[in-house]
Structures are given as structure tokens and as C-alpha cells.
Design a protein around this ligand. Structure first.
Ligand SMILES: Cc1cc2nc3c(=O)[nH]c(=O)nc-3n(C[C@H](O)[C@H](O)[C@H](O)COP(=O)(O)OP(=O)(O)OC[C@H]3O[C@@H](n4cnc5c(N)ncnc54)[C@H](O)[C@@H]3O)c2cc1C
Length: 288
């Protein structure tokens, strides 16, 4: 019979996870895990560590100028939270577009990131926000904590920086600068219950008509949620003229590496990314 434990503290969770020596799986909302088990894509583990009883893994706070989002915070809360809506609006938007209300009530941000799908909707906004993940593990005597930028967290489809026995505790980011421009959107064949064919996000700081900070990100068009460093370089230090926008779009089409799958062709995804990015930049150029 499957063993089920429901720790109430992070320390208890990592200690149990460490002692399971790879035979336990962490359970958050279960919206990725349960369909995989019921379809037989993944074998049910010997034991389950349910994280939902750990209060310190839940909720959103604003401390020392940084926003903290607990790994077990559900999408519904992220989408409607006033701190996230004002300081990381792109994250609220993305969380509010995942699946449907029932799934959003269960699905957590930690599960979304640790599942490491290239289409994970909350990953791209966190790239725009320069977010940092906090990873915790047990060394046998106590708890060890390390931090990593979100761009280092994803290693490939289904693969992350998490080591054996390690779990994600929270995500932190600084608010987007006042007066900046930020946009995020995903494209699919229907408006909800849709894994993105492609997604694009932009966060810009524009001072006296010149872009001084640019973050661009893409989803579903590379093995990992991707930061668009080549496209960003086309914007920094420049004004958003037609020519600059066209160069940025060309760089974006070049730096993504989409594949053809059941949802869309490789060329179609490149086209979608180019058009979405151009529209966002034109909107920013017209005053947002
Ligand atoms: C019908 C349907 C529609 C969906 N639509 C979308 C969509 O539009 N966009 C989208 O991005 N996703 C979508 N998903 C996928 C899923 O809902 C999300 O990825 C969700 O956020 C996963 O969170 P969870 O809490 O349910 O994760 P779980 O299923 O509990 O866990 C997922 C993985 O993460 C690990 N994990 C969970 N928490 C932690 C932690 N704190 N530390 C370390 N590892 C952890 C688990 O062990 C597991 O491997 C959809 C799923 C369904 C069933």
C-alpha cells in the first residue's frame, strides 16, 4: 500500500524526503501528478509527502522591498492578490489564464515550476521579474538553503536544478520599476483550458524615450522557458522606432528553437512569437 505523510513544517518535509532515498514524491495540488498516474505515464511512488499542510509554504508577502510567494500558493490566490497585481502584474495575468477555475484552485506555483514544462505559464513572468527561487533540503542534522535565479532553475523538459531530497520553498522578486511597461500573453487555439502554443512577455523601463532595461521571455518554443537576451540587446539604449522593433522581432525569431508537435508546427510557432512580440513593442511605443 502507498505510504502517505502530511508534514506540518518545512523541516519535517525535507527530513522525511531525505530519509525516503528517492522513493517518495512531493505532492502539492496534484494537477500534474494525478493525470500522469491515472494515464499510466508515471508509476505511483512508494510514498507521498503531501505539502499542503505546511502553512509557511503558502501565501504572498511583501518584505524588505521584495515580494515572496510560497511554493504551495494556488494560482487563484496569485491571480487575485493585490500585491502581485500591483508589483508583478504579469504573474497575476499568467496565473489567471491557467486551465480553469477548478484547476487554478488546486494548482500551485511550486508545482508549475517543478514540473518544468517548457509551457509552464508562471515561469515566463518570473523571468521578466528576475525572480530568485529558494531551495531547501536536509543534511541529516538540519536544513540547508540555497538560492538561484529562475533562469538557472530549468534544465530541460521535466528537469530542474533540484537535487535529490531538495524542494522549492518560495520565489522572491523585486517589484517592476514604477512607470515601466509590462505585457504577457499566451496563444492557443482556445482562450482557456489550453496549454500555450507559444507565449511571450516583455518588461521595459523607458526613460526620456530610451529603453534602459529590457526583459523578454518566451514559453513553449524551446526546451525550457527562455529569456530572450538577443532580442533584449536590440532594445537597450534605443528608442522604440519601427526599425528597432523589426530588429528585435528578427532576433526573437532567431533565438527561439521551437519544435513541431501536436499543438503546432515549428514555423507557425516562430511566426506567432514574432507577431506577439511586435504587437507588444508597438503598444509600448505608443505609450502603453
Ligand atoms: C486540465 C489541466 C489544464 C492545465 N492547464 C495548464 C495551463 O494552462 N498552463 C500551465 O502552465 N499548466 C497547466 N496545467 C498543469 C498544472 O495544472 C500546473 O503545472 C500546476 O501548476 C501544477 O501544480 P500542482 O500543485 O498541481 O503540482 P503537482 O501535480 O502536485 O506537482 C507537480 C510536480 O512538481 C513537484 N513539486 C510540487 N511542489 C513542489 C515543491 N514545492 N518542491 C519540489 N517539487 C515540487 C511534484 O513532485 C511533481 O513532480 C494543467 C493541468 C490540467 C490537469
Amino acid at each position: 500500500m502507498q505510504k502517505y505523510v502530511r508534514p506540518t513544517t518545512i523541516e519535517e518535509a525535507v527530513s522525511t524526503f531525505n530519509q525516503a532515498h528517492g522513493k517518495a514524491v512531493l505532492l502539492a495540488g496534484g494537477t500534474d501528478l494525478l493525470p500522469r498516474w491515472s494515464k499510466g505515464v508515471q508509476k505511483r511512488p512508494e510514498s507521498l509527502i503531501d505539502l499542503k499542510g505546511i502553512e509557511t509554504l503558502k501565501g504572498i508577502s511583501h518584505e524588505n522591498g521584495r515580494v515572496r510567494v510560497g511554493a504551495c500558493t494556488p494560482m487563484t490566490e496569485i491571480a487575485s492578490d493585490p500585491v502581485i497585481r500591483s508589483m508583478g502584474s504579469v504573474l497575476a495575468q499568467a496565473a489567471g489564464r491557467i486551465a480553469c477555475p477548478q484547476v487554478r484552485n488546486r494548482a500551485t506555483i511550486g508545482g508549475n515550476l517543478c514540473n518544468a514544462s517548457p509551457a509552464a505559464d508562471t515561469a515566463l513572468p518570473l523571468i521578466l521579474l528576475d525572480a530568485v527561487v529558494e531551495l531547501v533540503s536536509s543534511n541529516g542534522n538540519g536544513m540547508t538553503t540555497r538560492h538561484a535565479p529562475i533562469t538557472d532553475f530549468f534544465r530541460g523538459p521535466g528537469s530542474t536544478l533540484l537535487g535529490p531530497g531538495e524542494m522549492l520553498a518560495c520565489i522572491r522578486f523585486e517589484p517592476l520599476p514604477d512607470g515601466g511597461f509590462a505585457a504577457w500573453d499566451k496563444f492557443g487555439t482556445r482562450p482557456s483550458m489550453e496549454i500555450a502554443v507559444a507565449s511571450v512577455g516583455v518588461a521595459l523601463t523607458i526613460e526620456s524615450g530610451t529603453v534602459t532595461r529590457a526583459r523578454i521571455g518566451y514559453g513553449s518554443v524551446a526546451p525550457v522557458p527562455l529569456r530572450g537576451t538577443e532580442a533584449e540587446a536590440e532594445l537597450v539604449g534605443k528608442s522604440l522606432s519601427e526599425k528597432v522593433i523589426a530588429r528585435c522581432e528578427a532576433a526573437a525569431r532567431k533565438e527561439i528553437t521551437p519544435i513541431t508537435d501536436v499543438r503546432a508546427g515549428e514555423g507557425y510557432r516562430r511566426e506567432v512569437v514574432g507577431v506577439m512580440l511586435r504587437r507588444m513593442l508597438e503598444h509600448a511605443a505608443s505609450g502603453g
